[in-house]
Write a protein that binds this ligand. Structure first.
Ligand code: F6P
Length: 370
C-alpha cells in the first residue's frame, strides 16, 4: 500500500522532457541524444520523449514523438551517424512553404503541439538557424528550452566547437590524404570543394591538417592572380602537383557566390570548385580535377572528439533543465562546458577570424589564402 502510494506520487511528479534534432544532420547527434536520455532517466528519474523531424513533429497531429528508454541507448548509438529522431533544415514554422508557393506562419501550430504533449521542457539540438527558430517559438509559447549547438559549419558563437564540425574536418582531411597521391601520379592540381556555408572553418582546418597549398575561405576574397602565382611558385620549386581546398561560399574580390539552382528558402552553394578549375586551366594550363565532398562530411561515424563533445553537452543540458535554467545554450569553452544565454548564441555568426591563430598558421606555412 505504502509502495503503491509512493509509485503514484512519483508518477504524478515525474518530469517529462523532450528532445529534438533540427537543421542539417551531422556526426555526433545520436551521442547527444544518448547522453540526454541516460542522464535524465538514470540520474534524475525524468521521462524523455524524442520529437521526430524537429518542428515538423510538433506540427503533425497527432504530434510525432516516442518515449526514449535507456535500454535502447547502448554504446552502439554513440557510433552511428545521422540522427535517430530525424531532422529538417527547411520549412521554418514562421514562414512555412505551402503547395501553392506561398508561405504561412505555422508557429502557433508548433506551440499548440508542444502544449498537447504535456512535456515541461525541450532540449533542442540545432545550429544557429534552428536555435533561433526554437528560441522564437519558446518566447512566443512560453516553452522552457535549452539548446545544444551542432553544425559542421562551426559558426555558432562562443562555443569553440559545435557537434559535427570535427567529424567533417576529419572527412575533408582524409579526402586530401587520398587526393595527394593521385595528384602526384598525374601531375595535377586537385581542387576539393567543402561545405561550411558562410564560414570557412572546415576548409581552413582541413586545409592545414591535410597539407593544402591553397585554401580559399569566404572570409578572405580571392584573386585569380594570387592563385596563379602560387601555382607558378610550386612549379618553380619543382613540385608536380598541387592541392587546393575551397569552401563552398568563397567569392572573388569583385565576384558573386556560385550557387546551385533548386529553390528552397536560402541559396544553396555549390560549383565554385568547377568554376575555378575552368578559369585556372585557361590561365595556367594546369591539368585540374575537382572533387565535391558534399554530404560525405555529414554522414558516417562521428569522430571521438564529437562523441565526447556531444556527451558532455547532453549531460550539461539535462543538468540545466533539472536546475530550471532555461533559455540557455551549452557551450565548450576553455576545456569546460559552460552555458550562455540563447539570445547571445543566436545573435551573430562565428566566422573565421582573419587575424586568428589558424589563419596565421596557414600564412606561416606558406599556404596561399587567395
Ligand atoms: O549547415 C550545414 C550544411 O551542411 C552547410 O554546410 C551546407 O551548405 C548545407 O548544410 C547543405 O544543406 P542541404 O543538406 O540542404 O543540402
Amino acid at each position: 500500500m505504502v509502495q503503491c502510494k509512493q509509485e503514484l506520487k512519483q508518477r504524478m511528479t515525474t518530469r517529462k522532457i523532450g528532445i529534438m534534432t533540427s537543421g542539417g544532420d551531422c556526426g555526433g547527434l545520436n551521442a547527444a541524444i544518448r547522453a540526454v536520455v541516460l542522464r535524465a532517466v538514470q540520474h534524475y528519474g525524468f521521462e524523455v520523449y524524442g520529437i521526430r523531424y524537429g518542428t515538423l513533429g510538433l506540427m503533425a497531429r497527432p504530434v510525432q514523438m516516442d518515449r526514449l528508454l535507456p535500454e535502447r541507448f547502448d554504446a552502439n548509438l554513440l557510433r552511428q551517424g545521422g540522427t535517430v529522431l530525424g531532422s529538417v533544415n527547411t520549412g521554418s514554422p514562421f514562414a512555412f512553404p505551402l503547395a501553392d508557393g506561398t508561405f504561412h506562419n505555422r508557429s502557433q501550430d508548433v506551440i499548440d503541439g508542444f502544449q498537447q504533449t504535456g512535456l515541461d521542457s525541450l532540449i533542442c539540438v540545432g545550429g544557429d538557424g534552428s536555435l533561433d527558430i526554437a528560441r522564437k517559438l519558446a518566447l512566443q509559447g512560453g516553452i522552457n528550452i535549452v539548446g545544444i549547438p551542432k553544425t559542421i559549419d562551426n559558426d555558432v558563437p562562443v562555443t569553440e566547437s559545435a557537434i559535427g564540425h570535427d567529424t567533417a574536418v576529419q572527412v575533408a582531411v582524409e579526402a586530401l590524404d587520398r587526393l595527394q597521391p593521385t595528384a602526384a601520379s598525374h601531375n595535377r592540381l586537385m581542387i576539393l570543394e567543402v561545405m561550411g556555408r558562410d564560414a570557412g572553418h572546415i576548409a581552413l582546418a582541413a586545409g592545414i591538417a591535410g597539407g593544402a597549398d591553397i585554401i580559399l575561405i569566404p572570409e578572405i576574397p580571392y584573386t585569380l592572380a594570387a592563385i596563379e602565382a602560387k601555382i607558378q611558385q610550386l612549379r618553380a620549386n619543382g613540385r608536380n602537383f598541387g592541392l587546393m581546398i575551397v569552401a563552398e561560399a568563397v567569392k572573388a574580390l569583385d565576384g558573386q557566390h556560385v550557387t546551385q539552382h533548386g529553390g528552397g528558402e536560402k541559396a544553396r552553394y555549390g560549383g565554385i570548385g568547377q568554376h575555378l578549375a575552368e578559369q585556372l586551366t585557361a590561365s595556367t594550363g594546369a591539368e585540374i580535377r575537382v572533387t565535391v565532398l558534399g554530404h560525405l562530411q555529414r554522414g558516417g561515424q562521428p569522430s571521438a572528439y564529437d562523441r565526447l563533445l556531444a556527451s558532455a553537452f547532453g549531460i550539461h543540458a539535462v543538468d540545466l533543465v533539472a536546475a530550471g535554467k532555461y533559455d540557455r545554450m551549452v557551450a565548450w569553452h576553455n576545456r569546460q562546458v559552460i552555458d550562455i544565454s540563447l539570445a547571445e548564441a543566436v545573435a551573430s555568426n562565428q566566422i573565421v577570424d582573419v587575424d586568428g591563430a589558424l589563419v596565421r598558421t596557414a600564412r606561416g606555412l606558406g599556404i596561399c589564402l587567395g
